[in-house]
Write a new protein. Structure first.
Lengths: 60, 551
């Protein structure tokens, strides 16, 4: 059985790591290092999905 | 207006493409029969069906259209969610899903066959099949046009690449593949657009700042609905409630197989009933992500802080709201995430249409009229060919829409003619045993005809009145709401009259299909959050609170 949480978790961790490669990029109205903030958000979200996946029966 | 994408943006997009295909690849072993491929064999967990239920509706036209409507109509656009979706989602979960799921029908047209007769199923199956492939084509056309405009990519390359990727993961994983991808796409849409909403709203001074910079009707959802002249939408409360919140909303959420199919894929009757109710929670929050940026765009334009919504003629070019905001707020990296979210929403809408089409084509048209009684392996093959065929026709429809610009308007109008009366047919069919097949068929046909005649005899923003001009509406939206009301009422009345003059099915034939003859599982021993009734009450209270807060 495919655990979708694991796939989503890995996807968002990778996206977060990609955003970390350009932490200081700015657009005209960007208020701060938004790539850095969003990298944090996506990595945490991905990690939560992975943790949920591993905690479920058969996840380990 | 053109974006300049960096390597990191392409990398995010590339990772997304790899993952959506990987999901289809991982699920390919589950597809052993036509039921696996076309219906997921009632095996998908509740949290997945719930998110897929709203993601299938969250196409890019919805995302971009809602931002544009937020800029044009302000907070009244919230009605498309809090009045025009949530009550209908409660209704389908609590009252209608027992009949859909309990009948074991594989599609909405098949339910119509079981409840009424073959001709009613055929009418619904044919119109639905045509509507879905054209919807998918319009979605593709919009994607190709957008990417050509903002990225300078070739229209054909965009259309063929997006169609190709959807084809691969749908062919591999079937309905389950599409549903699993819709969940990934849902999270991507939220993560991709929520930062835009937050940054634009903060820059505009928060809700108070926006209210200070905009005319009062732009930040109130109900306060100015007393008169059509008092609000930017040009619709009064009756049109909103009867047209949008009742007919159009219930017509879509309760009868459109595209969304109902997601709930029917759930692994139990209880899960199928709770699917729309669980989905209602994220659905309630979506306006804050897709509509608030539009309202903020106008506030920012008025505030003169470095952002201005482009104009087209004497008015704003509302369709550019989302893209211009992304251009101003998203740096490279986040821009890739935002564009990937946009492409994900296109794919989600396209895959939703294609998976609904292949099921209806295979079971309701091919199996019923072309080759009944063939082996399941044969229907699995036909389902796969229908997927390829559906996408091929969609590509054709995309080029057709590109060639004839007004095709989109015409098709959208035809869709509304067909969808509005359908809810009357279902309401009567599920809750009034006396409704007959002849009544349902005649009612549907009459309702569609009445919608066309009403549109032909009224005018709004230069549209309609191809027969005569008996009334002028202040906006096309107001006209659409009243077309829906007329179509529904006509279908309802004609269905009752014809049913009373014809013979109904016996109770035995209607067992499991109508109220009073269907066993509803007893769930009093379950905790409240596993029971549709209490969940519906919580959803109802939450949506009332939101309406009051943004009154």
């Amino acid at each position: 059985m495919v655990d979708l949480r694991r796939i989503i978790g890995v996807f968002f961790v990778i996206v977060g790591l990609l955003l970390l490669t350009v932490p200081g990029a700015r657009a005209p109205l960007t208020p701060g290092p938004v790539n850095l903030y969003m990298a944090g958000v996506t990595i945490v979200f991905g990690a939560v999905m992975l943790a949920l996946s591993l905690r479920s029966p058969g996840g380990k | 207006m053109q974006f300049s994408l960096g390597a990191i943006d392409y990398a995010v997009l590339g990772v997304y493409f790899v993952f959506v295909i990987a999901i289809g690849w991982l699920l390919r072993r589950r597809v052993q029969s036509s039921q696996d491929f076309l219906t997921s064999r009632h095996s998908v967990p509740l949290w997945i069906t719930s998110l897929a239920f709203i993601a299938a509706n969250l196409g890019a036209q919805e995302v971009m259209g809602m931002a544009a409507s937020g800029a044009k109509y302000g907070a009244m656009t919230f009605h498309f969610y809090w009045a025009g979706a949530i009550p209908a989602m409660i209704f389908v979960g609590v009252f209608m899903m027992p009949f859909y799921y309990g009948s074991r029908a594989r599609s909405v047209p098949e339910y119509l066959k079981l409840r009424f007769d073959e001709k009613t199923r055929a009418l619904n199956a044919v119109t639905f099949a045509v509507m879905t492939v054209f919807s998918s084509g319009i979605s593709m056309y919009a994607l190709g046009t957008l990417l050509e405009l903002v990225l300078g990519w070739n229209f054909s390359a965009c259309v063929l690449l997006s169609a190709g990727i959807v084809l691969v993961y749908t062919l591999l994983g079937g309905l389950t593949g599409a549903i699993y991808n819709e969940v990934l796409q849902f999270f991507l849409i939220v993560v991709g657009f929520a930062p835009l909403s937050i940054m634009a709203a903060v820059k505009a001074g928060g809700w108070e700042g926006m209210a200070a910079r905009l005319p009062a009707p732009m930040t109130h959802s109900w306060a100015y609905a007393g008169s059509a002249a008092a609000n930017p939408m040009g619709v009064e409360a009756f049109g909103l409630i009867a047209g949008l919140a009742f007919v159009l909303s219930f017509g879509y959420w309760c009868t459109d197989f595209l969304v109902v199919q997601r709930a029917m894929a759930a692994n139990s009757m209880s899960a199928a009933r709770r699917t729309p109710l669980i989905a209602a929670f994220p659905k309630m929050i979506m306006p804050l992500i897709v509509i608030v940026p539009g309202i903020a765009a106008i506030a920012l334009t008025n505030a003169n802080v470095g952002y201005a919504l482009p104009t087209k003629g004497t008015s704003y070019d509302y369709d550019q709201t989302l893209m211009t905001l992304m251009m101003q707020f998203y740096p490279s990296g986040l821009l890739g995430l935002g564009l990937t979210a946009l492409i994900a929403s296109f794919m989600s809408g396209m895959a939703g249409n294609v998976t609904a089409f292949n099921t209806v084509f295979t079971y309701d048209l091919y199996q019923s009229y072309v080759r009944p009684g063939a082996s399941d392996e044969h229907y699995l093959t036909v389902g796969r060919f229908a997927t390829v065929g559906g996408i091929a026709v969609s590509i054709g429809a995309a080029y057709f829409a590109a060639r004839y610009n007004n095709m989109m308007d015409v098709l959208q109008l035809v869709f509304s003619f067909v969808n509005a009366p359908l809810f009357a047919t279902f309401m009567l069919g599920m809750f009034w045993r006396r409704t007959t097949g002849h009544g349902a068929f005649t009612g549907l046909f009459s309702g569609t005809l009445a919608a066309a005649l009403f549109q032909g005899s009224t005018l709004a923003e230069g549209k309609g009145a191809w027969l005569a001009n008996l009334h002028t509406f202040p906006s096309v939206m107001a006209q659409n709401f009243y077309i829906a009301i007329v179509a529904w009422t006509t279908c309802f009345v004609v269905s009752i009259l014809v049913s009373l003059a014809t013979r109904p099915k016996t109770d035995e034939e209607m067992r499991g299909l109508v109220m009073g003859l269907t066993d509803i599982p007893h769930d009093a021993h379950e905790p409240w959050f596993r029971r549709p009734g209490p969940l519906a009450v919580v959803v109802g209270i939450a949506v009332v609170i939101l309406n009051v807060v943004f009154w």
